[in-house]
Design a binder for this molecule. Structure first.
Ligand code: ATP
Ligand code: MG
Length: 321
């Protein structure tokens, strides 16, 4: 089985990325041939500062390793090291109806948030399809926000197979963990690097605590019972705490007498403990950038061996060769 996923270096990694993409990637690296990439072409759809992009790429590579991806088991590479992906994206674009892209939520949501849309943001699902199909991936662990893009990917692969021959492309499946499907941000909406509502995976203690204290709650007075349904604090606490601790927090909400500040402090403590190992590894890696860069270089070689095989097959099938 071949497993593939990517994360964008479009900003600091957040806990939604961790539970939606990174943690399942780490768990799956033992179960097949894993290909995990830093989606730098995709990041360019939402940012245009070269220095920041370079720094983000470096940071994301460090995060991959700090979170437990093992370069002996998984091929870790940078999307732009395999420029062939653009050729496959073009070929897929030729069978991609406009309506399919127009219906994509990620694009519509970003536009609704006032993020100005360029062609790349609109066409992003075609490039994402190429990312996946270029490596004959069978399984793609992602958060729920990517479900629709995975359906587009399957659709495009099927269209190619119908037009140019069965077996030209491998049809992948998404793996979405329902418990972690959409991690809410500090404003209660989907946590997203580009929405300024994130809780970072790692960061200074004071700064992250401050961010967690900002998590949106209602204005129930301290002495009153608090609603538990739809509570962002409880939803986030569930990521880090075991069932009995979560049940206790729920009971304390229902009993009243404790303010949101108290619950947010509990949330922060659980968060801080949960990522202590990642923070430690991160610090080590920051002082060993040569190693980080060598992992990415080796990954590019391994990824290219696969990508050229698949692209060759596609080129032949569609008549380019
Ligand atoms: P951007 O705002 O630039 O799109 P993002 O925060 O959505 O950034 P991506 O790099 O697009 O992050 O996504 C990386 C992975 O993290 C994907 O698998 C995606 O499904 C997952 N993911 C992103 N946000 C969340 C979230 N809030 N909850 C669960 N999974 C998420
Ligand atoms: Mg996204």
């Amino acid at each position: 089985m071949r497993i593939l996923t990517g994360l964008q270096p479009s900003g600091k990694l957040h806990i939604g990325n961790y539970f939606g993409g990174m943690q399942p990637a780490v768990q799956l690296q033992d179960q097949g041939e894993a290909f995990y990439f830093l989606a730098d072409y995709h990041a360019m759809t939402s940012m245009s500062d070269a220095q920041t992009l370079r720094e983000n790429i470096q940071n994301l590579a460090i995060d991959f390793l700090a979170c437990g991806l093992d370069p002996q088991k998984a091929t870790i590479f940078r999307q732009s090291d395999i420029p062939e992906v653009n050729e496959l994206a073009w070929i897929l674009s030729t069978v991609c109806p406009m309506g399919l892209l127009e219906r994509c939520h990620a694009y519509k949501d970003k536009v609704a948030k006032g993020i100005s849309a360029n062609h790349a943001l609109f066409a992003y699902p075609a490039l994402m399809a190429a990312d996946i199909l270029l490596y004959d991936a069978n399984l793609v662990p992602v958060g729920k926000d990517q479900k629709q893009h995975l359906e587009v990917t399957r659709d495009l692969a099927q269209k190619i197979n119908e037009k140019f021959g069965e077996g030209t492309l491998t049809i992948p499946d998404a793996q979405i963990r329902e418990d972690f499907a959409v991690v809410p941000g500090t404003d209660g909406q989907k946590m997203s690097k580009s929405y300024d509502n994130t809780i970072p995976l790692t960061g200074g203690k004071k700064a992250v605590r401050k961010t967690i204290m900002r998590v949106l709650t209602d204005s129930t007075p301290v002495e009153d019972p608090k609603p538990t349904e739809g509570s962002n604090v409880i939803a986030l606490y569930k990521l880090f705490a075991d069932e009995s601790a979560v049940n206790q927090m729920i009971a304390e909400h229902e009993a009243g007498g404790l303010g949101y500040g108290h619950f947010k402090q509990q949330l922060f403590d659980a968060y801080w403990e949960y990522f202590s190992e990642v923070r430690e590894k991160r610090e080590e890696l920051e002082n060993n950038l040569d190693y980080v860069n060598s992992v990415i270089a080796t990954g590019a070689e391994r990824a290219r061996t696969e990508s050229t095989k698949v692209l060759d097959r596609v080129r032949k099938a569609v008549g380019l060769r």
